[in-house]
Design a protein around this ligand. Structure first.
Ligand code: NAD
Length: 376
C-alpha cells in the first residue's frame, strides 16, 4: 500500500496563487520533461522531506494538517522524546522507524536522505541548539518564532546555517496570508498615502503556572516573545522599515502566582525615522487580536489579524475579501521551493534576528523606564 504521506506527484511549473497583486508561489519542483542526469548526480526530489522536531500543540494541531496539503514538501520524519508519541505518529502517518529520532540520536539525521528540512517546534530556549545541530547535520531549517531567546543565539544560528550551506527560515506564517499581505502592500506602497499610525494587540488568557511559556528559562520572556512578536512584525511589514527607537512599560501584575518569572503584559511604542509611530500591546491576561493602520488618505483594520484562519479586514475604501488559505502549507511549500531552487526565503533568519533586537530593546526600555534607540 502506498503510504499516506507519500509525496504527491504533480508536474506543474510556476502555478501561482495571485493575491491582491502579490504572488504566492505554489509550484512544484520538477518539470515533466525530465532532463538526463549525470550518473553521479543525485536525482532532484519532487517533494522535500520535512522532519518535525517537537510534537506539541502547534506541530500536531497546525503543521501536521498543513503537511497534508503541501505540494513541494511532505512529512518524512519526527523527532520526539516521548516513545508513545513516536509509536502513535508512526502508525497514523506511515512514518518508517528509520525516520524517527529522539533528542539524543538527533544528529544522526545527517545520514538520512529522506529528510531535507528540519522544522524546530520546541520551546523557545531550545530553538538555537536544535537549529544549529540540524545545520551541522546538513539539513535546511525552519525554526519557529521567536527565533531564539537572545540576539547572540540568532547570530550563532545564522552562522551555523551559513557554514553548513543550508537555508534558515522562521515560521512567520502571516507573510503568506492575503489580508496581512494586503496591509503590507497598503503601507509599503503608500496606496492610501504615507502611514501615520499603526496600532495592534495580541493577547490571550494563560492561567496554567506549569506551562513553559511562563518560565523565563524556557521561554525567554512572556507574551511579548510569544504573541506580541506578531504586533512587532505587523508594524514592520506595514512600514517596510525598521524602528529607530522603542519605549515600553510593563502592565500591572494581576496574577502574581503565575507571573513570577515573565511579564504578564507589556505596552510598547515603535518610532520610525519618518515620524510614524506604532503602538502595541500584548498580555497573558486579556484578549485582543488586531492590526490597524492610519494613513494620510485612509485607514485599514484587521480583526482578527493573526489567527490561523478567519482573518477579517476592512479599509476606508470598503471590506477586504480574500480567499481562506492554509498559511502553514503555503509557508512550508514556499520554503521547499526556495531550497530546491536555491533562492532566498522571504522570512529568513536575519528577519528573526531583527525582531529579537527589537524585542530585546522593548524589554530594556521597560526595565529601565526610558526610550531605547536602535541602530541598524
Ligand atoms: P507545546 O508546549 O505544545 O510543545 C512543545 C513541544 O516541545 C512538546 O512536544 C514537548 O514535549 C517538547 N519538549 C521537548 N523538550 C521539552 C522541554 N524541556 N520542556 C517542554 N517541552 C519540551 O508548545 P507549542 O505551542 O507547540 O510551541 C512550540 C513552539 O512553536 C514555540 O516556539 C512557539 O512560540 C511556536 N508556536 C508558533 C506558532 C505560530 O503560529 N507560528 C503557534 C504556536 C506555537
Amino acid at each position: 500500500m502506498k503510504p499516506k504521506n507519500q509525496p504527491r506527484r504533480k508536474f506543474l511549473i510556476n502555478s501561482t496563487l495571485a493575491v491582491s497583486g502579490l504572488s504566492l508561489g505554489s509550484s512544484v519542483l520538477m518539470s515533466c520533461n525530465k532532463p538526463q542526469r549525470k550518473a553521479n548526480e543525485k536525482p532532484k526530489k519532487e517533494s522535500l522531506g520535512v522532519a518535525l522536531v517537537g510534537l506539541g500543540s502547534y506541530a500536531t494541531g497546525q503543521l501536521l494538517p498543513a503537511l497534508q496539503e503541501t505540494k513541494n514538501c511532505h512529512l518524512a520524519g519526527i523527532v520526539t522524546g516521548t516513545p508513545s508519541k513516536a509509536e502513535e505518529w508512526m502508525k497514523k502517518h506511515n512514518i518508517p522507524q528509520a525516520n524517527v529520532y529522539n533528542y539524543d540520536n538527533y544528529d544522526q539525521l545527517a545520514k538520512n536522505d529522506d529528510i531535507d528540512i528540519v522544522y524546530v517546534v520546541l520551546p523557545n530556549s531550545m530553538h538555537a541548539e536544535y537549529t544549529i545541530r540540524a545545520a551541522k547535520a546538513g539539513k535546511h531549517v525552519i525554526c519557529e518564532k521567536p527565533m531564539a531567546v537572545s540576539v547572540k543565539e540568532c547570530e550563532d544560528m545564522i552562522a551555523a546555517c551559513k557554514e553548513n550551506n543550508v537555508q534558515l527560515s522562521i515560521g512567520y506564517r502571516l507573510h503568506f496570508e492575503p489580508y496581512n499581505l494586503k496591509v503590507a502592500e497598503l503601507g509599503q506602497q503608500e496606496k492610501l498615502g504615507a502611514v501615520k499610525n499603526i496600532s495592534g494587540a495580541h493577547s490571550f488568557h494563560l492561567n496554567d503556572p506549569k506551562r513553559w511559556r511562563v518560565h523565563h528559562k524556557m521561554s525567554g520572556g512572556g507574551p511579548l516573545m510569544d504573541v506580541g512578536i506578531y504586533v512587532v512584525q505587523g508594524a514592520l511589514y506595514t512600514m517596510g522599515q525598521n524602528p529607530i527607537e522603542v519605549s515600553a512599560q510593563y502592565g500591572k501584575i494581576t496574577k502574581p502566582e503565575i507571573f513570577k518569572d515573565v511579564e504578564e503584559s507589556i505596552d510598547f511604542t515603535l518610532k520610525f525615522a519618518n515620524g510614524s509611530v506604532a503602538q502595541g500591546t500584548t498580555s497573558y491576561q486579556d484578549s485582543g487580536n488586531f492590526l490597524n493602520g492610519e494613513a494620510e488618505n485612509g485607514w485599514w483594520k484587521l480583526q482578527p489579524a493573526y489567527a490561523y484562519g478567519g482573518i477579517s479586514g476592512e479599509t476606508s475604501e470598503g471590506k477586504m475579501d480574500f480567499p481562506e488559505v492554509n498559511q502553514q502549507a503555503l509557508q512550508m511549500d514556499d520554503f521547499a521551493l526556495c531550497v530546491a531552487q536555491n533562492k532566498p526565503t522571504r522570512v529568513p533568519g536575519e528577519m528573526g534576528m531583527r525582531d529579537m533586537k527589537i524585542i530585546t530593546a522593548i524589554y530594556e526600555s521597560a526595565d529601565q523606564n526610558k526610550p531605547v534607540k536602535l541602530q541598524w
